[in-house]
Write a protein that binds this ligand. Structure first.
Ligand SMILES: *Cc1c(COP(=O)(O)O)cnc(C)c1O
Length: 389
């Protein structure tokens, strides 16, 4: 039998070993890492809300109600702040109702395993987030994966699989490691034709994409065609937690069936208050300005990378991958960037398929133009030195 230590050693040998980097101080566009200021280009804090004064103030006020909620929602852990946040989310997404989960991971595993079970069928993009895959495995429903964004393949699967059970099409709105967007208009059309439910995980689109920040569904003009809008509060919204925005009936069903909701202590008041403040901000003129800044920053950064000859893998959003290929070369690239004061993570299997390792740069509304230029310049120099371009 292989020991744990042996397995860890094997991961190291393959360039697949993972470890954590510790940040001291606040989550800004520059952070202190191992006692040194570095430029941050790998956070999902896209709008810079994580250290926004309005969110911090709301969190402090929420904390006055206590550090914890004391119980799960169905016991004594439902505070009026939970219901206020849910009403705010439903209003934002234009749905009848919403239900808050403790994290995106808990939301996906809970929602999917509740909505479908044995005898049902799940249709899932091959590049969907790991929490969707885990939810599908937990559900015991048939799990049918189609090639990335391939709607013809999805249609063939819908024709062939599923029988009489419930059918659920689930997709990332924005793909977290590629930064491209699901073809939601076509997907919703297929769902109607083949009588399937649509669930969109908009962890990276909510608050960020669309004219009013409603996410990838708004961008594609199909908000109304989505049955379950899953989104997270820890990325663009700068807080923590996640939600399903959906019909009153499905919300009620999830309250009764979603095990990650039922069997877990609910979010504490400081987090809820910060999330409510985040929604207010995203919906305000300041939110619109931040989205404009984010789009302009992304365009500038991508133009610089393209001019240097990097392959950004069809990114359509603020998630900007740089294709490298092998795991070791990717980690060498990110290690060298860090030495030059730029913090970008290399992404390897099992997060992405073998041979498609990449740097995953993420742009924030709070990056200054000079910081974007500096980052692009550092990437160009190191990329040349390592022979990536
Ligand atoms: C980050 C992410 C999640 C998980 O959300 P957490 O709140 O961080 O647990 C789920 N889906 C996608 C697509 C994500 O990127």
């Amino acid at each position: 039998m292989q020991t744990f230590a042996d397995e860890l050693q094997a991961l190291r040998a393959q360039g697949l070993y993972r470890s954590m980097r510790v940040i001291s101080g606040a989550q800004g566009s520059r952070v202190e890492l191992d006692g040194r200021q570095v430029l941050l280009f790998c956070s999902n804090n896209y709008l810079g809300l994580a250290d926004h004064p309005a969110l911090k103030r709301a969190a402090v006020e929420g904390a006055a109600l206590g550090a914890g909620s004391g119980a799960s929602r169905l016991v004594s852990g439902t505070m009026d702040l939970h219901e206020r946040l849910e009403a705010r989310i439903a209003a934002f997404k234009g749905t009848e109702a919403a239900l808050v989960f403790n994290s995106g991971y808990a939301a996906n595993t809970g929602i999917i395993s509740a909505l479908v079970g044995r005898g049902d069928a799940i249709f899932s993009d091959r590049l969907n987030h790991a929490s969707i895959v885990d939810g599908a495995l937990l559900s015991r429903a048939g799990f049918h994966r189609y090639p990335h964004r391939d709607m013809d393949a999805l249609e063939r699967l819908l024709q062939e699989k599923g029988g009489k059970g419930r059918r659920l099409i689930v997709t990332d709105g924005v793909f977290s490691m590629d930064g491209d967007i699901a073809p939601l208009a076509k997907l919703v059309q297929l769902a109607r034709r083949y009588d399937a439910l649509v669930m969109v995980d908009d962890a990276h689109g909510s608050g960020v994409l669309g004219a009013t920040g409603r996410g990838s569904g708004e961008l594609c003009g199909v908000l109304d065609g989505i049955d379950v809008h899953m989104g997270t509060l820890g990325k663009g919204f700068g807080s923590f937690g996640a939600y399903a925005a959906t019909s009153a009936t499905i919300r009620d069903y999830l309250v009764n069936k979603a095990r990650s909701f039922i069997f877990s202590t609910s979010l504490p008041p400081a987090v809820l208050a910060a999330s409510i403040a985040a929604l207010e901000l995203v919906d305000s003129p300041e939110g619109a300005r931040l989205r404009e800044r984010l789009a302009a920053n992304t365009a500038l950064f991508k133009a610089r990378l393209a001019a240097s000859g990097f392959d950004t893998m069809g990114s359509q959003t603020q998630i900007v991958p740089i294709f490298v290929g092998p795991a070791k070369a990717t980690m060498e690239f990110s290690g060298e960037l860090l030495e030059q004061g730029l913090f970008v993570q290399g992404i390897r299997p099992p997060t992405v398929p073998a041979g498609s390792c990449r740097l995953r740069c993420t742009i924030m509304a709070t990056h200054e133009p000079a910081e974007l230029e500096q980052a692009a310049d550092t990437i160009r120099r190191v990329g040349k030195k390592l022979g990536v371009v």
